[in-house]
Design a protein around this ligand. Structure first.
Ligand code: URA
Length: 195
């Protein structure tokens, strides 16, 4: 088995374990299905959003609604497609009425997200919005640190605004596009050992 297939097998096993361990029974109860992740198991870049919305809940894939369309567009701007990267959320069931995920829900999923990271071993972790940033890079303010790569606990992170927040806000939209353009530059530096 090649390395990518081996990682995919580990991801499949992790997905099943979440279903068995059932970290948030109430969220699971109100959701259609688990939204685990999408993309390459051997991706260099991993994007982490907040929680599934209506479309994600229906389709079982992260970022397939309006925010996802914008995310796909921004990936295209840096010559990437969804299958080149890995996309997931901190919370893997849709919260009722799209409310913000609660701190205990984020904490319940954190060990599984850490395992997902350990399997994929991305070179760059891009957090989308404050919810995934809060659990992975605690104590930061997104308005102050967006677009600034951070080394923390053995990983390199790039905190970005959430595409949904930027969708209908022209200024934030351009900021997010500009921040996104840093992704290939940072990955190249990491690969060259100059970051
Ligand atoms: N917003 C998120 O944070 N995640 C999704 O999967 C979709 C929208």
């Amino acid at each position: 088995m090649n390395a990518v297939a081996a990682k995919q097998q580990q991801l499949d096993a992790l997905q099943k374990r979440i279903q068995v361990e059932d970290p948030t029974p109430e969220l699971r109860d109100g959701a259609t299905q688990l939204v685990f992740g999408d993309g390459s198991a051997a991706a260099e870049i991993m994007f982490i959003g907040e929680a599934p919305g209506k479309h994600e809940d229906e389709q079982g894939k992260p970022f397939v609604g309006a925010a996802g369309k914008f995310l796909n567009e921004m990936l295209g701007m840096i010559n990437l497609e969804r299958q080149d990267v890995y996309i997931t959320n901190i919370v893997k069931y849709r919260p009722p009425n799209n409310r913000d995920p609660l701190p205990n829900e984020k904490n319940a999923f954190l060990p599984f997200l850490q395992e997902q990271l350990a399997i994929i071993q991305p070179k760059l972790i891009v957090t989308l919005g404050r919810h995934s940033m809060d659990v992975l890079l605690p104590g930061l303010k997104i308005s102050q640190v967006h677009g600034q790569p951070k080394r923390y606990k053995g990983h390199v992170y790039l905190p970005l605004f959430h595409p949904a927040a930027a969708l209908y806000n022209g200024g934030m939209r351009q900021t997010l596009i500009d921040d996104f353009a840093l992704i290939p530059v940072i990955v190249e530096k990491i690969n060259k050992g100059t970051y």
